[in-house]
Design a protein around this ligand. Structure first.
Ligand code: NAD
Length: 506
């Protein structure tokens, strides 16, 4: 991070969004946004000052007074318009995302599209934010619930899905009547900002959506701010745990979706070709930088003989810049991330795993400075090895072995993480045993990356999640609203007064 005024540089600056205006920060702390395939500096992102964060929250607090009472139809129509604008700008959004994040252009469109689905869902809020009513709970008495917005809510997002994950958060928070302060990843904030520009163009009023940038300081300021009522966080387990503890102590509602070690079980009765394709795609796609990437495959019985074919398949994947046609694996996000992945590969070798395919230092002509790591496969991986115990977040697949399904399930349940998992089999009975006994939030049956569509909620568990309600879907409507329960009786002139009643009955 550099400490200088952005105005002395010709490189564009990323703006803050406060009270409906995109403004330059007055901070002296800036960080470069770097293209991971070329090291070109694309922009400079400010680390917002405490005053700027306070101004963003104050704008949200002021706007909440009117936004919370804005009719459902008005709110819904903004998101109808917003989904149309995202579709119209899909190409530009994907190009921006690939430039700053590195993933391939088709995968970048997928990133935007999975967020767009949440925007579409938000447009259906009329059917989602419904209370309940019980008629005649006592004579002439009805009880009903109101799902009321909380106030200013905040979102803190990671680098790996800079379109999808912000769109998991602010559309559902805002459409339920809240106002929002977003703190995007400082590593790739540009596509997020473009999405915010489109949100304003769709009609989100001034102060309803605000954006501040920064790192630890901005996150801590959000955790501590008395006027922020709820925080949605997605990122690593270390930071998420800190956010959960700090913000909960400050009395906020918090949901944290965190790190992972996702296992796939491969039974020998699985369709071999489909399974190997799925494993390679889910392990090496997005250079392994998905929280739902398959990072460990547990090969059961004769499926252990498939390793050479899996290696052969991985070798066919093309490592190149995300902008190049036919690329399968783009760069990892930063030089530091590349160093970390490579040093973990080194440790894997030292700790006794068998390096079946070494993806270090691939030659990528025309992009020699890029942060590339090619598909890497280890077999003989066991708990206690760093490559198994840590989330590598790179294109590295660990292979472990089990004698039968029960042993494979026990192996996965012994890992602390519970984000995603999958089984590959043609046996309905095996799949059913897996879905019943596995202690992981999101389960795929012949589906390698089972991220739920937005009519459901993202449902990580154990060390991958803190807080009970997940992002998007029905659960997030409850997360972003306070249930108020009203018990009402209306008297008319003919009702006879019953005198004072000192018992608890209605
Ligand atoms: P990260 O935890 O480093 O950063 C997430 C956010 O926290 C960023 O906005 C960052 O600015 C902020 N931050 C970073 N360090 C901080 C600190 N010390 N104190 C306070 N705030 C801090 O995560 P990342 O590297 O951007 O993203 C990758 C991680 O996110 C992986 O662990 C991945 O599994 C996880 N992830 C989880 C999900 C999920 O749904 N479970 C989805 C995507 C990513």
């Amino acid at each position: 991070m550099s400490s200088s005024s952005a105005k002395t540089s010709s490189i564009p600056t990323v703006k803050l969004l406060i009270d409906g205006k995109f403004v330059d920060s007055t901070t002296t702390e800036w960080r470069d946004v770097v293209n991971p395939a070329t090291q070109e500096v694309l922009a400079r992102v400010p680390f917002a000052t405490q005053d700027e964060i306070n101004a963003a929250v104050a704008a949200g607090k002021k706007a909440f007074k009117t936004w919370r009472k804005t009719p459902i139809g008005t709110r819904a129509r903004i998101f109808l318009k917003y989904q149309q604008l995202i579709r119209e700008n899909m190409g530009e959004l994907a190009a921006l995302l690939t430039a700053e994040q590195g993933k391939t252009l088709p995968d970048a469109e997928g990133d935007v599209f999975r967020g767009l689905e949440v925007v579409e869902h938000a447009a259906g809020i009329g059917n989602l934010q419904l209370g309940e009513l019980a008629n005649n709970v006592a004579t002439g008495v009805d009880t009903y619930t109101l799902l009321q917005p909380l106030g200013v809510c905040a979102g803190i997002t990671p680098f790996n899905f800079p379109a999808m994950i912000p769109l998991w958060m602010f559309p559902m928070a805002i459409v339920t009547g809240n106002t929002f302060v977003l703190k995007p990843s400082e590593q790739d904030p540009m596509v997020t900002m473009r999405l915010c520009e489109l949100a304003l163009e769709a009609g989100i009023p001034a102060g309803v959506l605000n954006v501040v940038h920064g790192g630890e300081g901005a996150v801590n300021a959000i955790c501590d701010h008395a006027d922020i009522k709820a925080i949605s966080f997605v990122g690593s387990t270390k930071v998420g745990t800190h956010v959960y503890n700090r913000a909960s102590l400050a009395g906020k509602r918090v949901q944290c979706m965190m790190g992972a070690k996702n296992h796939a079980i491969v039974l020998p009765d699985a369709n071999k070709e489909q399974t190997l394709n799925a494993l390679a795609g889910a392990s090496f796609g997005a250079a392994g930088q998905r929280c739902m990437a398959v990072s460990t495959a547990v090969l059961v019985g004769d499926a252990q003989k498939w390793i050479p074919e899996l290696v052969a398949k991985a070798k066919t994947l093309k490592v190149n810049a995300g902008t190049e046609k036919g690329t399968d694996v783009g760069p990892v996000i930063s030089c530091a991330a590349k160093d970390r992945v490579e040093s973990l590969i080194e440790r894997g070798v030292k700790e006794g795993a068998k390096l079946e395919l070494d993806g270090r230092n691939p030659q990528v002509s025309g992009f020699e400075k890029g942060n590339f790591v090619g598909p890497t496969i280890f077999s003989g991986v066991k708990p206690g090895m760093s490559i198994y115990d840590q989330e590598i977040f790179g294109p590295v697949l660990c292979l472990a072995a089990a004698n039968d399904l029960t042993e494979a399930i026990e192996f996965i349940n012994a890992n602390p993480n519970g984000n995603g998992t999958a089984i590959f089999t043609q046996s309905g009975a095996a799949a059913r045993q897996f879905q019943e006994d596995i202690d992981v939030g999101q389960v795929g049956i012949n589906v390698p990356i089972p991220v739920p569509v937005p009519m459901f909620s993202f449902t990580g568990s154990r060390a991958s999640k803190l807080g009970d309600l997940g992002p998007y879907g029905k659960q997030v409507v409850l997360f972003y609203t306070q249930t108020k329960t009203v018990t009402a009786r209306w008297f008319d002139d003919s009702t006879t007064a019953q005198g004072v009643n000192t018992t608890i009955s209605l």
